[in-house]
Design a binder for this molecule. Sequence first.
Ligand code: ADP
Length: 368
Amino acid sequence: MNKDSIIEVLKKINYPNYSRDIVSFGIVDSIDLSDNIILLKLKLNANDEIINTIKNDINVQLKNNFPNYKINISINKLEDKVNIISDIKALKNVKYIVAIASGKGGVGKSTTTVNLASVLSKKLKVGILDLDIYGPSLPTALNINEKPKMNENNFLVPIEKDGMKLMSFGFLNNEAAPTIWRGPMVSRMTQQFFEQVEWGDLDILFLDLPPGTGDIQLTLVQKIALSGAIIVTTPQDLALLDVKKASDMFNKLNTPILGVVENMSNLLLEGFVKNNEGNFIDGSISINNSNHKIKDGKFLVDFSLFKGQGGSTESHRLGVPLLSKIPIDPELAICTDMGTPYVQKHTTHVTECFKEIGQKIIEILFHE
Ligand code: ADP
């Protein structure tokens, strides 16, 4: 019986809710054997429930395998970094790397990424790395059909459009989506994207992650030191549960969550009312039993489409800012289909929402 045999046993224990073991997760700090005691030090940042589950699983497994030993587990919650590879040369001139994540698909993660990047590209050098291997969004959202070139160092050169540097799985494989790709393959491709794309100088690189918070996402974000993460959600309760999962994932990696974006939270109806003489009037209109003011002929009706407090409550609970609430606007979907970022075509309340997110991100990262 030695340390290696203990490690072999620990490798059989999965991190709660993940199919990865606690050793590969990097939470085992040290193992010491003295007399008949196994001294195990763990470093992790997790809630009590997860810590207790892990401790319990370790106790059960070690007792089964080494019945004559006492087990002493201590947890270091302060220096609890999961190992992250951060010395990737290709990224050394990138100041900040921000992941954009969502608990599930279709909530507007890619829409947010493209419009936020577009807003920020007016003042900063911005790149987008679209890692959504099963549904890459950049080829459509920015109408890109060309394939990236290789430079003399065998690095992929990002495609430049609208003042942004862009790279996507979708640029390389335009044919059928590689739906059969599994974790290790995705991981290898991503490694290449991290190591062999000539990003050059960038202020901020956004990573558009695949939707969800499983092993693939974890492996992706574990490969580099992230400056922070933005979580996109819709206001439904289910989506909010997913927000919790996403935030747990980033907490595990000690990646700060910069904030939550609540997308499709409401519907704004804006219009004018004139009387028969053609003059704008003051008054009120009643829609679905709620009254709305008309001032100088103008009304703005704000429908909340879902019950409850949505993102504001959740972001408060997580202790992170709600970066913005983006209304439903069919123009957003039209712009995605046309391959133009919405914010480049429109100056509306929705545009202001994306600017608001951009401003808050600049404040948090650049302390401006
Ligand atoms: P995800 O990246 O989370 O899968 P997308 O950004 O691709 O989601 O959005 C899914 C669909 O919803 C797209 O057709 C997009 O244009 C549309 N969409 C996203 N946000 C809004 C919105 N606020 N209003 C209207 N349509 C939206």
